[in-house]
Design a protein around this ligand. Structure first.
Ligand code: ARG
Length: 279
């Protein structure tokens, strides 16, 4: 795949205001113990759904970065989103409670490797490089990279991106990695989350944001004056990462995912947050 095509795959977007979060809807599946929605400090939430209350259940600790609607985000005092709900169902099948740690995206893999977290689930794309550090479960969803620009932008397609374009990304994401590969690190500004990158786009500090398509849509919907480039996208696979030392957990997660796919639960959760009639 050539660079432009790959870049075309880059999606972008972000802007995670409370208003936007509210617009995302969804049911409550985990509470935030700390008011802060910042991911810089680890905040914790324990999923208290009755269904997850098993006797003697050791918590399944999930690292995520809850700035990524509709996969994981904070609404009020709750963690919500596709990953949060799927993780809740996996924990339930494993007879464990779910303990969500909201951390910086680029600290998830290291924390999983060191055993600080049992698994990482954060709309995380499977890449060969990451596979050298952690194992990935079967994929449970697909993502696409998109490019967000201002409505009146001179950037009309991915072909207009160059090493002179000021590109905003979320640090450590595939958007960051691909854009840096294709246009050089100097063209890329990495932000802590997509919302910050989107704010930078709104204030003209960057010319575009490359981010996954569904968060891109959420950020564009939450902010006036932005659009997503209509371009040929590249698909990515989202999966859960687990320490290479913990094959047993990987097998358990894959078993749970298989059942949740077979009984329609995963489709149902995805449809709830990404209704197919709105595509
Ligand atoms: N899919 C992209 C990646 O794996 C971005 C994921 C960002 N996720 C998040 N929860 N902030 O690099």
């Amino acid at each position: 795949m050539n660079n432009l095509k790959r870049l075309a795959a880059l999606a972008l977007a972000l802007c995670m205001s409370t208003a936007m979060l509210t617009a995302c809807g969804g049911s409550s599946t985990g509470s935030v113990s700390d008011d802060s929605t910042e991911a810089s400090e680890e905040t914790e939430a324990t999923q208290d759904d009755a269904a997850t209350q098993e006797t003697d259940s050791e918590a399944l600790v999930m690292a995520t970065n809850a700035t990524f609607p509709p996969y994981e985000y904070v609404e009020g005092s709750e963690y919500e989103g596709i990953d949060v709900e799927i993780a809740g169902k996996i924990a339930e099948k494993l007879g464990r409670t779910l303990d969500i740690k909201d951390v910086e995206f680029d600290s998830i893999i290291g924390g999983v490797q060191s055993g600080k977290y049992d698994m990482g689930m954060a709309g995380m794309t499977v890449t060969d490089e990451r596979k050298q550090s952690v194992n990935f479960s079967e994929s449970y969803a697909t993502g696409i990279q998109s490019v967000i620009v201002a409505q009146d932008s001179e950037i009309a397609s991915v072909d207009d991106l160059s090493s002179d374009t000021r590109i905003g990304v979320q640090q450590g994401t595939t958007g960051d990695i691909y854009a840096s590969d294709d246009y050089g690190a100097d063209a890329v500004t990495a932000f802590k989350n997509g919302a910050d990158a989107t704010q930078a786009l709104l204030t003209g500090k960057v010319d575009c944001v490359i981010i996954d398509n569904e968060p891109a849509k959420a950020f564009v919907a939450a902010n006036e004056g932005l659009k997503i480039l209509d371009t040929s996208y590249t698909e990515e696979e989202y999966a859960i990462c687990v320490s290479k030392e913990n094959e047993e957990l990987l097998d358990e997660i894959n078993g749970a995912l298989e059942e949740l796919k077979a009984d329609g639960s995963i489709d149902e959760i995805i449809e709830k947050y990404i209704p197919s009639d709105a595509q």
